[in-house]
Design a protein around this ligand. Structure first.
Ligand code: SAM
Length: 214
C-alpha cells in the first residue's frame, strides 16, 4: 500500500474539508444516497473515507454495511466506532460482494482507468451500483486556497496526484457506455451527479470478485 495525502490520513482535517467543500449540501449528498439503499441490503461502500454515510445516514436502517478504503487512518477511525471497515486498495485487492455497492465522490481518482473500476464495482454488486461523482471539482474552484488543497493535498493511494477530473460530459459518456446504467441525475447543489447501475453479480454474497492489472 503506498502513502497517501495528509487529508486522507487525518480524519479531522478530512471531515472539515468535506464540510467546507459541500457547505449546506453536505448532509444532502449522503441523505440522497442513503435513500437509494433498500432495507436489508448488504452495502459495500468503496472509498468510504470516514464512513460518514453509514454513521450519520444508514445506521438506523436494517442494513449490513462494509466500508472499504485504502487509508489506514480512516479505516482505523471507523473501526473504533464499530464500523466493519476494511483496508482495501481497489487497484490491487478483491472487493467484498454486496447487494448495493456504492462509490461516492471517488471515481476521478482512477482516471484514466475509471471504466475498469466501474467494471469491478458492477462485478461485486448483486443488485445495484450507486456512483456519485463531482462534475465541478474542488481543484477547479475559483477559490485559490480550495483549488490548491484539491490539487496538492488529496493524493489518493497510488502515489500520484489525481490530476484528471470529470465534467458533466465525460461522466455522462462513461456512464452511457455501460448497458447496466439505469438512472443518471444531478445531486442537490449541482456539484455532483448520481448514477445507478444494475449489478452483475449472480452468485451468493461471498468474498472476492475480479482482479485486473492496470
Ligand atoms: C474524496 S474521498 C471520498 C470519501 C467518501 N466516499 C465521501 O464522499 O464522503 C476519497 C477516498 O478514496 C480513498 N481511496 C483513494 N484511493 C483508493 C484506493 N486505491 N482504494 C481504496 N480507497 C481509495 C481515500 O483514502 C479517500 O478516503
Amino acid at each position: 500500500m503506498t502513502s497517501q495525502s495528509f487529508i486522507y490520513s487525518n480524519r479531522r482535517a478530512y471531515h472539515w474539508l468535506m464540510r467546507g467543500l459541500y457547505g449546506r449540501y453536505f448532509e444532502d449528498r449522503y441523505r440522497t444516497i442513503a435513500a437509494q439503499v433498500p432495507a436489508s441490503s448488504r452495502v459495500v461502500d468503496v472509498c468510504a473515507g470516514d464512513a460518514y454515510l453509514y454513521l450519520a445516514h444508514l445506521r438506523h436502517k436494517p442494513v449490513t454495511y462494509i466500508a472499504v478504503d485504502a487509508s489506514p487512518q480512516l479505516v482505523a477511525w471507523a473501526r473504533a466506532r464499530g464500523v466493519d471497515a476494511r483496508l482495501i486498495d481497489i487497484w490491487n485487492d478483491d472487493l467484498p460482494c454486496g447487494d448495493s455497492v456504492i462509490m461516492q465522490a471517488s471515481l476521478y481518482q482512477f482516471l484514466p482507468h475509471a471504466d475498469r473500476i466501474v467494471d469491478k464495482l458492477l462485478a461485486a454488486a448483486r443488485e445495484r451500483v450507486i456512483i456519485t461523482e463531482p462534475i465541478r471539482n474542488i481543484a477547479d474552484s475559483d477559490n485559490p486556497v480550495l483549488a490548491l488543497i484539491g490539487k496538492r493535498f488529496t493524493r489518493p493511494s497510488g502515489g500520484q496526484y489525481a490530476a484528471q477530473r470529470f465534467n458533466r460530459e465525460s461522466f455522462t459518456a462513461l456512464c452511457d457506455s455501460f448497458p447496466e446504467l439505469q438512472n443518471l441525475s444531478n445531486l442537490p447543489g449541482g456539484r455532483e451527479m448520481l448514477a445507478v447501475f444494475r449489478g452483475r453479480a449472480t452468485d451468493d454474497l461471498t468474498e472476492a470478485v475480479t482482479r485486473f492489472e492496470v
